[in-house]
Design a protein around this ligand. Structure first.
Ligand code: PLP
Length: 442
């Protein structure tokens, strides 16, 4: 490790940190300076087990050689190529490779730089698709309470997290929200898809009836809601959404930013649940989090609807300077190779029951009021401190960091999503580290 990187900068003020308690952090900074496989190294030289794959993105583990080498080689060979009206081979190769692991029918890929941009891209494709077909009256977008779809205006409009919306004015018009599916009274301590609540999909019918189905362009959901505390869908819920969408000509969009690339023990959650959306949003694990990149998959019929008109004309007025960036594409190809060579998706599948047993063994621990697991994802919900929501879980986060474990908290929920290379012993370590922390919390 470069010795320079161990030095903590003495001015922390200039950097306005995203989604962070800036003042609190800057009083007691938590800095990582290196990483390898399952561990981070802190500025004071401690090892921290990564229980969250960074931010749900480092699915193959840290600083994996193939990915590092691919990025280095690409940076030295072709650093950048214009994304509009020009191309380079690796973007095409990556798109083709991606379609081979995507659910059948999702045959075209639009590249972006993040989950949020993938969300905006998907919503725009949905609206423009209907218009391209001469069905421009379909302008409504339906999201869901407790949904998280990134931070841009489309995403926060269809999203259902009040704190992410309330500061930003009127948002997009023509948006409505289905009820969320979280029902801890009936589905407490769940493993996999929950037992009760498939009927909540019919909330889409209620909304469709209210507005008339012919005005609805698309419905967007996370197959497993992540950022609002890991909410697995009820059994049959996604299938029912698919049926309703098919009946009424509504596009179904899955936001797989968290669930994609092996997190569920399958390539995508669409495979896990056996439901194929019309548009699938991905990012994060696409490049192992190493270089920003997102990919939106669409069905052939959607792509083809745009391929009309004079051939010299741009078919879809949308794209980013860095769409399909050469270094990101190289990282994506090397990441897919790493997943395949090491059988990481299969590994996650084999670990799912072991993971579930381990996390559920925390049932009965002090403050724990619910536990949910699915794929290699886990949530431990804590009773909030009276009058001070989020504080108890945040204390757990700080103590876990001090004790050598990275967890993530959202509200009073601890969310876990380790790299797929995690060993059984390390799964045990997560639980053994957390238990005394929870026991010792106020
Ligand atoms: C489901 C979902 N969609 C979109 C996003 C936004 O991704 P990004 O932070 O890369 O913009 C996230 C990020 O966690 C997410 O979980």
């Amino acid at each position: 490790m470069n010795e320079q990187s161990r030095i903590i900068p003495n001015n922390l003020e200039a950097f306005w940190m995203p989604f962070s308690a800036n003042r609190q952090f800057k009083q007691a900074p938590r800095m990582f300076v290196a990483a390898k496989d399952m561990h981070y190294t802190t500025a004071d030289g401690r090892q921290v087990l990564d229980g969250t794959a960074g931010l749900w993105c480092v699915n193959a583990g840290h600083c994996r050689p193939k990915i590092t080498e691919a990025i280095q080689a690409q940076a030295a060979e072709l650093d950048y190529a214009p994304a509009f009206q020009m191309g380079h081979p690796k973007a095409f190769e990556l798109a083709s490779r991606l379609t081979t692991i995507a659910p059948a029918g999702l045959d075209h890929v639009f590249f972006t730089n993040s989950g949020s941009e993938s969300v905006e891209t998907a919503l725009k494709i949905a609206l423009a698709y209907h218009r391209a077909k001469g069905d421009g009256a379909r302008f409504r977008l339906i999201g869901r309470e407790r949904g998280y779809h990134g931070v841009n205006f489309g995403g926060i409009s269809v999203g259902g997290i009040v704190g992410n919306r309330k500061m930003f004015g009127t948002l997009l018009t023509g948006v409505d929200h289905m009820r969320h599916t979280h029902d801890p009274e009936r589905n407490g301590y769940s493993r996999g898809a929950t037992e009760y609540g498939a009927e909540l999909a019919d909330d889409l019918l209620r909304i469709a009836t209210l507005h008339d189905p012919s005005t609805i362009a698309a419905v967007i959901v996370e197959p497993v809601a992540g950022s609002t505390g890991v909410l697995p869908p009820p059994q049959g819920y996604l299938k029912r959404l698919r049926e309703i969408c098919d009946q009424h000509g509504i596009l179904l969009i899955f936001d797989e930013v968290i669930t994609g690339y092996g997190r569920m023990g399958t390539a995508f959650a669409a495979d896990y649940f056996g439901v194929t959306p019309d548009i699938m949003i991905t990012a994060k694990g696409l490049t192992n989090g190493v270089i920003p990149m997102g990919a939106v998959f669409v069905k052939d019929t959607i792509y083809e609807a745009f391929m009309s008109g004079p051939e010299h004309m741009i078919e879809f007025a949308h794209g980013y300077t860095y769409s399909g960036n050469p270094i990101a594409a190289a990282a994506g190809l090397a990441t897919l190779e790493t997943y395949r060579e090491e059988g990481l998706f299969e590994r996650a599948k084999a670990l799912e029951p072991i993971w579930a047993d381990a996390i559920h063994s925390l049932k009965g621990t002090r403050h724990v009021i619910d536990i949910r697991t699915i794929g290699l994802i886990g949530a431990i919900e804590l009773e909030p401190l009276a009058g001070e929501p989020t504080k108890r879980a945040f204390s757990a986060f700080v103590r876990a960091f001090e004790d050598g474990l990275l967890i993530r908290t959202t509200g009073d929920i601890i969310a876990l999503s380790p790299p797929l290379m995690i060993s059984e012993a390390q799964i045990g370590e997560i639980v053994e580290t957390l238990k005394p922390i929870l026991d010792g919390l106020d």
